[in-house]
Design a protein around this ligand. Sequence first.
Ligand code: GAP
Length: 547
Amino acid sequence: MPTKLDMAKFAKFCKDMGFIFQSSEIYGGINGFWDYGPLGVELKRNIKEAWWQDMVRNPPPGPDGQEIRMVGLDCSIIMNPNVWVASGHVGGFSDPMVDCLKCKKRFRADKVHFACAVVDNTPHAISVEADNATDAEPLLKEKIAKLDKKKHPVGRALKSAPQLEYHSATALPASWPRPCPAEDCDGTLTEPRAFNLMFESHAGPIASDENKVYLRPETAQGIFANYKNVLDSSRLKLPFGIAQVGKAFRNEINPRNFTFRSREFEQMEIEFFCHPNESRKWYEYWRDLRRQWYSRLGLKSENLVPREQGQEELAHYSVGTTDIEYMFPFSDEPQELEGVAHRGDFDLSAHSSRSGKDLKYFDEEGWNALLQVRLEAFKDDKAKREEEKKKLEKEEKAQFQFVPHVIEPSAGADRFTLAVLCEAYTEDTAPDAKGNPETRIVMKFHPRLAPIKAAIFPLVNKDGMDEEAKKLYRELKPFFNVVYDQSGAIGRRYRRQDEAGTPFCITVDGDTMKDGTVTIRDRDTLKQERIPKSEVRKVLEKALSPV
Ligand code: GAP
């Protein structure tokens, strides 16, 4: 488990370093929206580019050892509202929520947890907000400990007989009271009600129901709506995948845990279309591959927990889902990083029936192969051959036309960025300029994801070292995101780059001027090596290679 991080301190570090800022901060911010600063935007771009490179342009071979066919797509955020009716989002994309009748705050019902006790035949309760029951229990106990034990019935009950019952608001028996979890509020909550998470807007000048549109809550539906266009234009054969990276919007009731649950975020989604008989094989393939991808990019295996969802948790479209969960340091339980869902034929069938368009796949190769075998016997008798062909068309062709099944690995670019930031954050000791141990913060990013790949320093700004360092910087700049820094003591410059997570610092010193070598310092081991300056590009290319 990663060391627990003080999330407020961590968010401040992310702000101070230019990784993540609160959106519209100068106006007091806006809940659930975040901006990426100069380092953050590089980090997130590297994440999206690594995903695109490893999943779309160069995915590993499939379970049968064959190349995987994968193409990309970039769809609009606002689509015909029928898309969201067919997908089930208009009818069912909701969270259960409760409102406080007094302070008017709104909470997700599954995030409000109660401790209840019966005193003199009357039920009493207190509540807190927490991600899950494990996190809630200590918070409830803490809240009870602070209660006036003489006055508050729950406090009294605990004192005399600690028979508390714990429930979430979705599971609370109707007869129990529902106090508001907000600090300093003694209001009561409503019963849970469904609250649709889609943001609404209007296309056109009149804000009428007719013009109502939605900001997409997932990128997936753009892929399904374009499935036929892609199939026809790219002449793809099953199995194949369509990938998309883009913004999604959800009016989350309670955005929380820094960027973990935001109202605007980016998804990296693949819809992988295959024959129904092969869907299990592909489901397992994507589930395992996606987990490995996170480890390859630096998330420790022990922090990654694949969890098969129970039947009662499954989304309306899913016949099986594995959440790849990560031990985020703000929770005692692993939290979803990515969902790999077996969506069956739900989406294509739903869009087919609402749009009236046939979205079945025709396995032409299979059909032609069958014809060849079955008509072989009639090759010299044209009339018989035609007769047999008609019979086959009537009796057997249908089995070559089917709605493909879909496996969907759906990742959050912001969630992975947050996981990478949490995993990279390290406090250790390193020698200062005089060789004394000094505490440093170092962001141990995988070199492929690091916002800056190398920093180039002159040891001192004289004897031509600055010119030589600048020259090296200019040579590397077209190929890598590198920086040049000549200000301050060399130790301070190293510290700045450690905090930015730059894997290499390259220093031009007196020897460079004599023999053309530079020192290259490794961020994690702190080892410094002398290499010819002509080798620097090769060293960086090797460290950044995806294989
Ligand atoms: N197309 C399927 C789908 O959207 P999901 O589990 O709702 O499934 C997929 O979302 C991924 O999108 C999640 O695993 C998470 O990484 C990311 N995600 C979902 N809601 C999010 C939110 N409110 N803030 C940040 N990321 C979110």
